[in-house]
Design a protein around this ligand. Sequence first.
Ligand code: DGY
Length: 308
Amino acid sequence: MLLITRDMPPEVLARARREHETRELRLTGRFEARHVLDNIAGINAILCIPADKFDAALIKALPGTVKVIGTFSVGMEHIDLDAAAARGIKICHTPDVLTTATAELSLTLMLMAARRAGEGERILRAGRWQGLAPTHHLGRGVAGKTLGILGMGRIGRALAEMARGLNMQVHYRNRQRLPAELEQGATYHADDASFLAVLDFLSINAPGGKETFHWLNAERLALLKPGAIIVNTGRGTTIDDDALVAALCTGHVAAAGLDVFANEPEIPPGYLTLENVVLLPHIGSATIEARNAMGFLALDGIKAALTS
Ligand code: DGY
């Protein structure tokens, strides 16, 4: 029997029901281990999302019937992989199929932040627009600017390709330098200081977890050129929010576009009153195409794990 923690796109749910007996929790908001443990009898597979934290304690408490956890995400930082391996529980996730959608959202945030789109919409909705004026609401263009990508995996590379189409120069930081055919002319930086110093835009496309925790802290923010713009569609934990709020208040960082937050669905209150921040509700992969493909891929992985 398949335990599905959250509501799923209709076609994904239909396929899940065809292939498995399902127990559907339709949880919303904050996840607690008891949501799973209270409903675990007879379950051999679980379909979850990044908000569902399968830490070592929860994995240890799962009964031996559970053979696989499929996550409706490319990110797996919410699952303790070592604990799962120790219990012989297989893990599957959904890489590739959300690459374009997430890169598109990074670009959306870059353009929205650079052109002050959120602020402009708020002015109109509040009835405060006084008509076109040559000096009104000036933003920044992206053409000819440098874009730094932290995390040059599939999503980072898809964003780089889009940015090249906009005539941006791409720089990147990654665990390793990429081969030339993947680099496509982007400039690799072996250290943060040289990377951050040349950027007009910084896009975070790296995975979450311990390795990137608070990577963008006060020290690294200070290394950015004044007036840089930051977007994040990776994980909220990569940014030290207090440090970013402070840099947005002084204007050292001109604007930010954020789709992910450390403690979702909570938004650090400092962002809420700043006009120069665009905030989105973790919709990087939220196209119908990508979300269906993610569900199907997770179901493929679950089926393969149960039949192997
Ligand atoms: C992922 O796949 O990790 C995304 O954050 C969920 O859309």
